[in-house]
Design a protein around this ligand. Structure first.
Ligand code: GLN
Length: 166
């Protein structure tokens, strides 16, 4: 494909799946993932990188690659969007400001998957300890949108994966 890395942004995973098929990109992308392309998926992008999608549409498959079960819209509807500070040990330093918009969470991980971040309980009734960032080899996925704040550490971490430094 002539790519060093691929970023699958947030948006709507069913639409990304549909457009990838229509543009004949579904096969090339799944093949590139299987061959070790570095890919970062945020939010809908995380859903596209999940091997199994709960509450997904059977006619809108994910690319897969990361051995996780992901639940779409797990935190609720658009109005349930929120921001939280996350501890991300791989980044070091200050907690990361994470924006969740109709976000998925990870319900189960396979053996080769590294947990990068969990959501701490901020308020009573919050889903505590949900996994919201994972890595498997050269694939990275976050439930949240790091591009909506000025903090570039997630993108820098992905570039280090692309370059093979971490
Ligand atoms: N809920 C969307 C989906 O299912 C993801 C939302 C987002 O990317 N902010 O794809």
């Amino acid at each position: 494909m002539g790519l060093d890395g691929l970023l699958i942004p947030g948006g709507e995973s069913t639409t990304i799946s549909l457009l990838a098929s229509k543009q004949k990109l579904f096969e090339p992308i799944t093949t590139a993932i299987a061959q070790g392309l570095a890919v970062y998926g945020s939010c809908a992008g995380m859903i596209m990188l999940a091997d199994r999608v709960l509450d997904g549409r059977v006619d809108r498959p994910s690319f897969g690659g990361i051995d996780i079960d992901v639940r779409r819209n797990a935190f609720g509807r658009q109005v349930d969007s929120f921001e939280a500070k996350l501890e991300l040990p791989v980044l070091g330093g200050e907690p990361f400001p994470a924006v969740f918009i109709r976000a998925p969470w990870v319900e189960r991980i396979g053996g080769g998957v590294e947990i990068i971040a969990r959501l701490a309980r901020q308020n009573d009734g919050d889903p505590a300890g949900r996994i919201v960032a994972v890595r498997q080899g050269r694939l990275l996925a976050t439930s949240f949108h790091p591009e909506l704040t000025g903090d570039r550490r997630i993108h820098e971490y992905f570039l280090r994966i692309v370059r093979g430094e971490v």
